[in-house]
Design a protein around this ligand. Structure first.
Ligand code: B12
Ligand code: SF4
Ligand code: SF4
Length: 388
């Protein structure tokens, strides 16, 4: 790296201003600084875990203690540089009337982890170059044990909304967050207090009632959790509330007045593609699935999970034209897929009398040979609803 020994040293305030300029030049939407110290909201996080709201996300319990202080990740850290990168955009609507699987905006383009990490690494390199001596630093994006939103609020990057998202005034909440832990003393920003006022649009709009109170999310009911993190069958009582979401959910952000401005986020994260057709998704073979998720945040799900979600979406929005694809899915190797395909056929049969014959025939044929108890139960339930 080129040495710049002739650069005049900066005082902390000059350094903070210089950092903002550099961050902007590197395409970070906004940055703010927090002191690397105990995070007081950690007790709220502990209470959330104790209430079992984390569901099966065991990793949150495993490294719970580490989240109380960023210095557990880098003991020399004195400052946490918190960064937000906007992915705001409205997915283009297809006019063909074919049912499509909705993918949450953050995951429609290339993997944000990679994009944000590259930019934070580039910023770290510029800092080392500017100060002229090595600086201990660590880049974190999502997966490190940090309370990213609490740190963002402490830094003044934004405030936590009642939907629990970090909302940056002027940018909204369609942002992903990343941090640079730094062994540099820099002036922290002013903490930002909640600015939701009396609004409760997100609480009222959440399709599954996952926002059990302001700032309280029961992940076990959240569509984002159910479609991405949860590995097993989707609880039957929640399936019809998933609508056509197949990866994540944006409802509590779509209704938020802070996102009403119709902004467009970073071009590297925004995808101009319409959402994929559900029928085509259900027919993704293993190799096609790998290509579909490659270098995207979609990698987080296994093929069986995605096809499970697609079957549920077809059960909610599909029609007679989708029956053949669902009948094929009854022959999939993974019981998880067969189970949800059975449920979807039952739902389509109950809405479309013209599809009932072929759907019931396929369900009966599958029940005659099916050995998996979970799938048998779904087949029987789907038939039971149609045959009193
Ligand atoms: C686990 C996790 C999830 C879980 C649980 C979400 C949740 N709300 O906890 C699930 C799978 C459901 C999820 C969903 C989503 N996630 Co997520 N997720 C995380 C992860 C890995 C940890 C979050 C965590 O610690 N949760 C535990 C809870 C307790 O923490 P918390 O929400 O911050 O809780 C605080 C509040 O409850 C608050 N609090 C409690 N009472 C009160 C009272 C008042 C007055 C106040 C102000 C605050 C307050 O204190 C708690 C502690 O800070 C972070 C990355 C990270 N390392 O932080 C990403 C992260 C939070 N997710 C992110 C995203 C983008 C999403 C989705 C939008 C994706 C999607 N479209 O489907 C949804 C949004 C759902 C939602 N409404 O939150 C972004 C959020 C960016 C932002 N601008 O906020 C993060 C930061 C990832 C990243 N690096 O960009 N996610
Ligand atoms: S992401 Fe969807 S399901 Fe989860 S809290 Fe928000 S609106 Fe509810
Ligand atoms: S919808 Fe309203 S209550 Fe919910 S986060 Fe946005 S401003 Fe706050």
């Amino acid at each position: 790296m080129e040495r710049r020994e002739n650069l005049a040293p900066m005082d902390p305030a000059e350094m903070a201003a210089w950092l903002r300029q550099q961050a902007q030049a590197l395409g970070l939407s906004r940055i703010a600084l927090a002191p690397a110290e105990q995070v007081p909201q950690h007790r709220l996080f502990a209470a959330w875990l104790a209430a079992a709201y984390a569901g099966e996300m065991d990793y949150l319990c495993r490294d719970a203690e580490a989240r109380s202080d960023p210095r557990t990740l880098l003991h020399q850290a004195r400052t946490v540089l918190c960064a937000a990168l906007s992915y705001a955009h409205d997915p283009p609507a297809a006019q063909d009337g074919v049912p499509r699987g909705r993918i949450a905006r953050y995951a429609r383009g290339p993997d944000y982890h990679w994009v944000l990490r590259q930019r934070l690494r580039a910023l770290a390199a510029r800092i080392v170059e500017r100060v002229g001596h090595p600086v201990a630093c660590r880049v974190c994006v999502d997966t490190a044990p940090l309370l990213e939103r609490a740190l963002g609020a402490r830094a003044g990057l934004g405030f936590q909304g009642k939907n629990t998202l970090l909302i940056t005034p002027g940018l909204g909440s369609y942002t992903v967050l990343g941090e640079l832990l730094l062994d540099l003393e820099l002036p922290p920003g002013d903490p930002m207090e909640p600015r939701c006022g009396s609004c409760r649009a997100c609480l009222d709009a959440c399709p599954t009632g996952a926002l059990v109170g302001p700032y309280q999310l029961d992940a076990r009911r959240c569509i984002s959790y159910l479609t991405i993190e949860h590995r097993g069958p989707i609880p039957a009582a929640l399936r019809s509330h998933l609508s056509t979401w197949v990866f994540g959910c944006d409802v509590c952000q779509e209704v938020c007045p802070y996102n009403a401005a119709g902004r467009t986020g970073d071009p590297e994260l925004v995808s101009g593609q319409p959402d994929p057709e559900l029928r085509a998704l259900l027919r993704l073979g293993t190799a096609q699935f790998r290509r579909f998720v490659r270098r995207r945040a979609l990698r987080r799900v296994r093929r069986a999970q995605l096809l499970r979600n697609v079957a549920v979406a077809l059960g909610n929005a599909g029609g007679p034209a989708d029956v053949p694809a669902l009948v094929e899915a009854l022959g999939e190797r993974e019981p998880l897929i067969r189970q949800h395909a059975a449920w979807a056929l039952g739902r389509i049969a109950s809405r479309h009398p013209e599809a009932k014959g072929s759907a019931l025939q396929a369900l009966r044929a599958a029940l005659a040979t099916e050995e998996d108890p979970g799938v048998r139960a779904e087949l029987a339930a789907a038939l039971g609803e149609q045959e009193p």
